[in-house]
Design a protein around this ligand. Structure first.
Ligand code: DC
Length: 216
């Protein structure tokens, strides 16, 4: 069984998808970590962001392994390195590249052959797994999402003002929604859930009710 969870940055997808997978005995696929890993490799390579073909070639050579919470890039644990503001800023060049999207969607589809999965991203219910048994679109208000992201940055020692986080988030939302391929849009058959005012546990409980509806 595949359960897809799509939605904008900061809606609480990662923690909800992880907890849901754990409670159902499924594996969890954080597809944003794949895009971030390619962005990190691109930053390290020194390739120009204009070199879309070179970036796509680089993406094909990378070994990206997601192992629970850990992300391995060519065997190196980059779980922390892919969460910096620098990578978050750069990831758009990777996510906007249709060839890289194709490479990563294939990687996602091949990974999901192995087991039951909760997959999380922007295009999981629309592009990567259009025939998934259960699709969820998770949202939250821009202010609540920015507040959560600001706290995450703070925990990593990056102090950014709320206004800065909100501004960057709005810019990313726009790009995510306008991307030609794999844009952020709910699948026609997705259940939409707003996480505003809900605790992480309440979100998971809501998702479990949806999953049982999908199964019946
Ligand atoms: O969920 P996240 O913030 O870790 O995702 C990082 C970036 O990758 C985000 O800007 C959008 C992009 N992304 C995407 O385009 N498609 C996905 N399936 C997952 C993430």
């Amino acid at each position: 069984m595949i359960i897809t969870i799509d939605g904008p940055a900061g809606a609480g997808k990662s923690s909800a998808a992880k907890a849901l997978a754990q409670q159902l005995g499924f594996r969890f696929l954080d597809t944003g970590a794949m895009y971030r890993s390619v962005a990190l490799a691109a930053l390290r390579s020194g390739l120009s962001w204009d070199d879309t073909t070179g970036l796509a070639e680089l993406a094909k050579t990378l070994q990206i392994d997601l192992d629970g919470d850990r992300t391995l890039l060519n065997g190196e644990d980059v779980s922390q390195a892919i969460r910096t503001a620098e990578v978050t800023d750069a990831v758009r060049y990777v996510a906007d590249n249709p060839q890289i999207r194709q490479t990563l969607v294939e990687l996602q589809q091949n990974t999901a052959l192995e087991s039951d999965f909760v997959t999380e991203g922007r295009d999981q219910g629309t592009i990567a797994f259009p025939r998934a048994e259960c699709k969820i679109f998770l949202t939250a208000s821009p202010a609540e999402r920015a507040k959560r992201r600001q706290i995450e940055h703070h925990r990593r020692g990056e102090d950014l003002s709320f206004e800065t986080v909100l501004e960057r988030q709005n810019a990313r939302d726009q790009r995510d929604k306008q991307r030609t391929i794999g844009r952020l849009v709910p699948a026609a058959d997705a259940f939409e859930v707003s996480t505003d005012g809900l605790s992480p546990q309440e979100v998971v409980e809501r998702l479990k009710v949806i999953v049982s509806q999908c199964r019946s």
